[in-house]
Design a protein around this ligand. Sequence first.
Ligand code: 2AM
Ligand code: CA
Length: 254
Amino acid sequence: MTISLNTLENIVRKAGDIALTHFKDLQNLEISQKSPRDFVTAADVAVEKFLKTTLFEHYPQYGFWGEESGKTENQSQRWIVDPIDGTHSFAKGQYFWSISVALEIEGQLIFGAVFAPALNDYYCAKKGDGAFKNGKKITVSGETDLGNAMIATGFACLRAYLEDNNLERFGRIAQRTTGQRRFGSAAMDLCLVADGQVDAFWEQELNLYDVAGGALIVLEAGGTLTDFKGNPGIFPKQILATNGGILDALLTLM
Ligand code: 2AM
Ligand code: CA
């Protein structure tokens, strides 16, 4: 199996150009609702179509799973794609949205890329080779005191009408940390942990395509990925990413 990091960066950046074309012309953007509070725009569809076609041209051996078009046949070796993570932010003209692409082979993440076109920030990781932002190696923060920590979360769970809607947990953690942020793109949130811009991120009720790319980037930057009990692994319904230094203290509050 050989993938070219340069080829993949070019493909993902071209997908970013497609998204940006729509982003610069938001007044004419077609937006429809998949379900209450769940949007899809013409940009999501165009970016996914481009990625599906282009990745298949370069790597015909791999299947594809995208948020908007679903799964192809070969799912044991597959690309996992969120064409726009943070669609609501995108449609409002805000800058925190991203394109997330991961390659998973037999359940193992091999490659992850998260590109934020409006910020021109390209994060990527290949298993065993570290994590990079715009070509420079990145690592998680060294913070060990939860009281000094800057933490991000999201509220995808508010849409699912669950009993546990994250509000209590947010209140509990917010009172014991210095900074709290809510950016609106889980893929970006994971990259911010990887880059040390925040010390941890948690969210509930996500899907694998929201987090697959960012998950490998966190791990390759030296971070931890667990569920809310501290079991290691990628749990989109209950994901906790940290710098490692505040993991134990944060787990007591989850
Ligand atoms: P999206 O923009 O691709 O939908 C923000 O809290 C995060 O929640 C984003 O990663 C967003 O991804 C995700 N999200 C939004 N709606 C969701 C839904 N209905 N179910 C699961 N995740 C969702
Ligand atoms: Ca999406």
